[in-house]
Design a protein around this ligand. Structure first.
Ligand code: UGA
Length: 356
């Protein structure tokens, strides 16, 4: 595959371009390459500064429209970030969650198989399922997965994402790579409830909102679950490691395809593991420093049962520790942004953005 970053004849289609990861990827593509971008989303508020860029074309649409799917697949490289991926929606909106995370990506994968486009599909670390507190490293091609029962509708999302991965991997002729994000954090993550979104965002945005409003941070089931928080800038660097490697890869069926195609990659930072309670403590401390106040003046975190907070059917993964050996070995990539740097950047951005 010829995929040079300085090749101005290449257009990358970014589906979910207006979202948290998509907006960062768009900036990086415009800054680091000469490619054009075909950006698809339903919402472009994060992209105001790019709407008139000469190398961008934007389409307000989603993958429910077969004509849109066919159009996207005409580009040589398709990055699919579109998904419903906030846990608070996995219970009450299970069917929509499954359509968004299985039906739509499957249709896009089929179109890419027909056209020959390389599909970089964003899956999730949640496909590893209901991990235990003492679960070890999650290894892409080894770790078995256990989900909760059907009544625990939290798993609607992970089930759909895992099925989409299996569909993609099984589709004859498709040139594919799957990315499994481990709790990416950074500016523009999710939303502030009541301002630019409704409901419960993921933990970083939720804690940031509570801090800004002077409310207690809510620790679901005591905040014992552990996550490895990963800078969105590292995530973008991973994609460029992938693009660079693909430029040197002759394509499926050749000896070198092991590096890029037909592979699922964890993208996470194992050095940044915290319990949610530890995350709350760090965020309170950093917020106090940003505001120049004593942390003791901020409200203490409060415990809340998961089923009260999110509704019936909530369940959790207790530890998500990525193995990053595969990305290091095949792509020479390892996430490197320390947790304090991630949180300071994210909180400073949140305070500045929403205080205005
Ligand atoms: C979610 C998605 O389901 C994944 O697909 C996605 O990959 C992942 O986010 C991610 O950001 O990468 P999860 O890690 O459970 O999974 O998302 P959060 O809502 O951020 O929750 C993390 C932990 O914090 C959970 O244990 C949750 O119960 C807890 N939490 C969340 C709180 O204690 N308080 C809150 O206000 C919010």
């Amino acid at each position: 595959m010829t995929l040079r970053l300085d090749d101005s004849s290449i257009t990358v289609a970014i589906v979910g371009c207006g979202g948290f990861i998509g907006s960062h990827l768009l900036d990086a593509v415009l800054e680091r390459t000469r490619w054009r971008v075909f950006g698809v989303d339903l919402d472009f508020y994060r992209l105001q500064h790019r709407l008139n860029h000469e190398r961008c074309e934007f389409l307000c649409a989603d993958l429910a429209d077969p004509a849109v799917v066919e159009r996207i697949a005409q580009f040589p490289l398709v990055v699919n970030l579109a998904a419903i991926c906030t846990p608070s929606r996995y219970m009450g909106e299970a069917c929509e969650v499954i359509r968004s995370n299985y039906d739509h990506p499957a249709a896009l994968a089929e179109a890419c198989a027909r056209s020959g486009a390389w599909l970089v599909h964003f899956s999730t670390s949640e496909i590893y399922g209901r991990t235990a507190p003492d679960s070890g490293e999650l290894i892409e091609d080894e770790t078995p997965v256990v989900f909760g029962p059907v009544a625990a509708s939290r798993w609607s999302y992970a089930t759909a994402k895992l099925l989409a991965e299996r569909f993609i991997a099984g589709l004859p002729g498709l040139k594919w790579t799957v990315v499994r994000p481990f709790n990416f954090v950074g500016p523009y993550m999710d939303f502030m409830p009541g301002v630019d979104g409704e409901g419960i965002p993921r933990v970083l945005a939720n804690f940031s909102t509570a801090l800004l409003r002077g409310e207690p941070l809510k620790l679901v089931n005591g905040g014992k679950a552990k996550r490895c928080f990963t800078s969105v800038h590292d995530a973008v660097d991973f994609l460029f490691a992938l693009f660079n490697a693909a430029g040197q890869d002759a394509g499926p069926g050749t000896a070198s395809t092991a590096g890029v195609f037909s592979q699922a990659f964890n993208v996470g930072n194992p050095d940044n593991e915290l319990t949610v309670a530890e995350l709350a403590a760090k965020m309170r401390q950093i917020y106090a420093e940003i505001r120049g106040v004593d942390v003791a003046t901020l409200p203490e975190p409060q415990n809340v049962p998961g089923e009260v907070y999110y509704g019936a059917g909530y369940d959790d993964s207790m530890r998500r520790m990525p193995s990053v050996e595969k990305a290091e070995r095949l792509l020479g990539f390892r996430a490197s942004t320390p947790i304090d740097v991630c949180l300071r950047e994210s909180l400073a951005w949140f305070v500045n953005h929403y205080s205005v």
